[in-house]
Write a protein that binds this ligand. Structure first.
Ligand code: DAH
Length: 396
């Protein structure tokens, strides 16, 4: 007699246990009779079909009919029955194995082979591959987002693109010549000390100008580009730079800069001021004000730092009753270094049309990470480089 799910009148623990025992023994004896794929399918349907399969009957006849006070117990048993039946159906499923006949080194038509059987599984021969089940859920692949530093760099670059600038790039491992000498940092000049340089080891046998280091700024790409392109040029140079700074909330041994250079036949300091004032208003909004403070860089003369009125406190130095931290209550934030290209720099590329008596230009450089920190109100630069998705997804 094939097994049928009995109606229960007694829902006591012992009666339930015995009903479950009977069901499992029917499950085991019917499993043994499964010999091929067709057997397995009818076995699966008998036990698991939604409409009137044994599991459905168990649900209807045992669980739904159970009195309220024992429903929880019965529910737990029914769940255990379901798990065991599903496991059994899965474990005796005939396995598909194909062998490949090799002919002259080429793989030819797969040949059905005798399946290796599991402990309880039958041996079957399978001829058809299983059809693709398109009703199964697909694999969810989350879409990434642009990193906040890259977002900021792209915004900066796009302001300059709209002014007709093009983008240049250069190597992160640089020679002393490009990083220092051709930018008017003579050997042993104290200005080199301001750029805590990471040198590549074992370079001592080379002449100084050929020794390798990790570039400390994007400025070397100014010279590389002027060697390549004749004046006039207008370029921006985004990229990674490196310094021997221990990491803390505002320092990182690797960070990002954007450099700019414009060289033509009649460029003046007024062009620099107008360009950079337009740039920062395009980036932060037209209500910010700019101010230029004298400074020093070996490769520009005169040199300046551009300050922008604090766009966090509006220049007042206060946020409500609290002092404004980003501008240190001064109402101004230092945004970038800039200046008129020093004629000594043009001397290094004179042969490519940059005669210091004829051409003039301005240059500028800024830290992209610092701008991103100010823009998004992030309080620790390290957050940008730790790759924590909980932080990064906030910028998606
Ligand atoms: N290279 C400078 C630095 O890393 C930044 C800089 C200042 C770049 C003035 C310039 C410039 O092009 O004109 O500190």
């Amino acid at each position: 007699m094939p097994y049928t799910v009995p109606k229960l009148t007694d829902f006591s623990a012992s009666a339930l246990a015995s009903a479950v025992r009977d069901l499992f023994s029917a499950l085991d004896s019917e499993s043994v009779a499964v010999h091929n794929d067709a057997d397995w399918k009818s076995f699966r349907d008998r036990w698991m079909a939604r409409k009137n399969g044994i599991l459905t009957q168990v649900n209807d006849v045992w669980l739904k009919a159970a009195p309220k006070e024992v429903k929880r117990d019965v529910g737990q048993r029914v769940n255990a029955v379901r798990a065991r039946v599903e496991e059994q159906v899965d474990s005796i499923r005939p396995k598909r194995v194909f062998s490949f006949r090799r002919s002259e080194g080429r793989v030819v038509e797969p040949e059905p082979a005798v399946a290796a059987t599991g402990a309880r599984g039958p041996t079957v021969i399978i001829s058809e591959p299983r059809p693709l089940d398109i009703s199964l859920p697909g694999i969810h692949r989350p879409i990434g987002a642009e990193h906040p530093v890259i977002q900021t760099m792209n915004e900066i670059v796009s302001v300059f693109r709209n002014l007709g600038y093009s983008v240049e790039e250069g190597p992160e491992i640089e020679t002393d010549y490009y990083n220092f000498e051709s930018l008017n940092f003579p050997p042993n000049h104290p200005a080199r000390d301001t750029q805590d340089t990471l040198f590549i080891a074992n370079q001592e046998s080379k002449p100084l100008r050929e020794r390798l280091l990790l570039r400390t700024h994007t400025s070397p790409v100014q010279i590389r580009t002027m060697e390549k392109l004749k004046p006039p040029i207008r370029i921006v140079i985004p990229g990674k730079v490196y310094r021997n700074d221990p990491p803390d909330a505002s320092h990182s041994p690797m960070f990002h800069q954007i450099e700019g250079l414009a060289v033509d036949y009649n460029i003046k300091f007024g062009d620099l001021k107008g360009t950079l004032d337009h740039f920062i208003k395009a980036l932060l909004g037209s209500s910010v004000k700019t101010r230029f403070k004298p400074s020093f860089f070996p490769f520009t003369e005169p040199s300046a730092e551009m300050m922008v009125s604090c766009f966090i406190c509006g220049g007042s130095g206060w946020r409500g009753n609290d002092p404004c931290r980003p501008c240190k209550q001064s109402g101004w934030i230092e945004i970038l270094g800039c200046g008129m290209v020093d004629p000594n720099v043009f001397e290094f590329v004179k042969d490519n049309g940059y005669d210091p008596k004829k051409v003039s230009g301005f240059a500028f450089g800024m830290g992209a990470d610092r701008l991103a920190i100010l823009k998004y109100g992030v309080d620790d630069i390290q957050l940008f480089f730790q790759g924590d998705v909980r932080f990064l997804e906030q910028f998606g």
